[in-house]
Design a protein around this ligand. Structure first.
Ligand code: FES
Ligand code: FES
Length: 164
């Protein structure tokens, strides 16, 4: 029998930014590939593709994850949030507005990852002070801005939010 060269795909179902998707994924592909190439969510950026820079960060079930080191098939039955979900009805989120106000980006390549980690720190009440935010951002690299304006932006939102 002739050997088939057809590539095997695996069916998965997942929530992305609140919408359910049923997809056939190549088991070799990463979650970053799936989100960018199959769903057109190009907000996450690929920098190092080795889990070092954080530019590809998304939330999986509320936790920040580097999508370049996550296989697409691992997304079965999880809820994913990407940077596209921060703005609602065309209005920037408080954190996005704070990044603008504090000049927290220049080229913007790293920004999606910082936003998603920053949002997680805010969601979890972890942006308690400068050191905590710096520690929370330790998996993200920016080559332009320096980190102080990014920390300022996150802290400014934390200080606006009522304590739970
Ligand atoms: S591209 Fe994923 S951590 Fe750098
Ligand atoms: S703004 Fe350019 S890498 Fe961060």
């Amino acid at each position: 029998m002739a050997e088939t060269t057809a590539r095997r795909t695996i069916p998965i179902s997942m929530l992305v930014n609140g919408c359910r998707h049923h997809l056939a994924v190549d088991p070799r592909h990463t979650l970053a590939d799936l989100l960018r190439d199959q769903l057109g969510l190009t907000g996450l950026h690929l920098g190092c593709e080795q889990g070092v820079c954080g530019a590809c960060t998304v939330h999986i079930d509320g936790e920040p994850v580097v999508s370049c080191l996550t296989l697409a098939v691992e997304a079965q039955d999880v809820a994913i949030r990407t940077v596209e979900d921060l703005a609602q009805d065309g209005a920037l989120s408080a954190l996005q507005q704070a990044f603008l106000a504090h000049g927290a980006f220049q080229c913007g390549y790293c920004t999606p990852g910082f936003l998603m980690v920053g949002q997680h720190l805010l969601d979890q009440g972890l942006a308690t002070d400068r050191d905590a935010v710096r520690e929370g951002l330790s998996g993200n690299i920016c080559r332009c801005t320096g980190y102080e304006p990014i920390i300022d932006a996150i802290l400014s939102v934390a200080q606006q939010e009522p304590r739970a």
